[in-house]
Design a protein around this ligand. Structure first.
Ligand code: ADP
Ligand code: MG
Length: 146
């Protein structure tokens, strides 16, 4: 099992498609970081924890890794949706992440509503999963807080 996988990336601009308009903004990671994760984990949807550089708190996150078939991306992307309602953007800041598990493979969706519903299920799955005893220690892991 490749987990946990620790990552640290600058938050970059994505294609600006979907995310915020769907109520599910995703902080996009740099290409080098995405390529390095793909060495140990296949394309898909993952859950874990994230920490921004402007907050103390470690928060649950869902991450998509891969081609994003729905939006027909030409490039691989790694995108992190932190399960928290932020008032402001944080492009250019450093984001630390620990990937704790795989949720599902990437899938193409017939329409936006189906996509949003599926992501909502991923979010619920994540919130249940990170509550488990085995993951408690990661909320205090030095690799996230430093
Ligand atoms: P882009 O295509 O540029 O990634 P998005 O619509 O996906 O555009 O919005 C992503 C940006 O929204 C992030 O880079 C970040 O600055 C901001 N943001 C606000 N709230 C969140 C959140 N809960 N999770 C991730 N990013 C968020
Ligand atoms: Mg995004």
């Amino acid at each position: 099992k490749p987990f946990p996988i620790f990552l640290s990336s600058k938050v970059i601009e994505g294609f600006g498609r979907g995310g915020k308009q769907l109520g599910i903004p995703t902080a996009n990671m740099t290409e080098d970081v995405v390529n390095s994760v793909l060495q140990s984990a296949p394309n898909g949807i993952y859950f874990g924890l994230a920490k921004t550089d402007f907050e103390k708190k470690v928060r649950p996150m869902v991450m998509s890794l891969g081609w994003n078939p729905y939006f027909k991306n030409e490039k691989l992307s790694g995108e992190v949706h932190i399960i928290h309602n932020y008032q402001n953007d944080f492009y250019g800041t450093q984001l630390k992440v620990v990937i704790l598990g795989f949720i599902r493979p990437e899938a193409d969706f017939v329409d936006i509503d189906t996509l949003v519903a599926e992501i909502q299920r991923d979010i619920n799955f994540c919130l249940k999963a990170v509550d488990k005893e085995e993951y408690k220690k990661y909320f205090h892991d030095k690799l996230l807080s430093h």
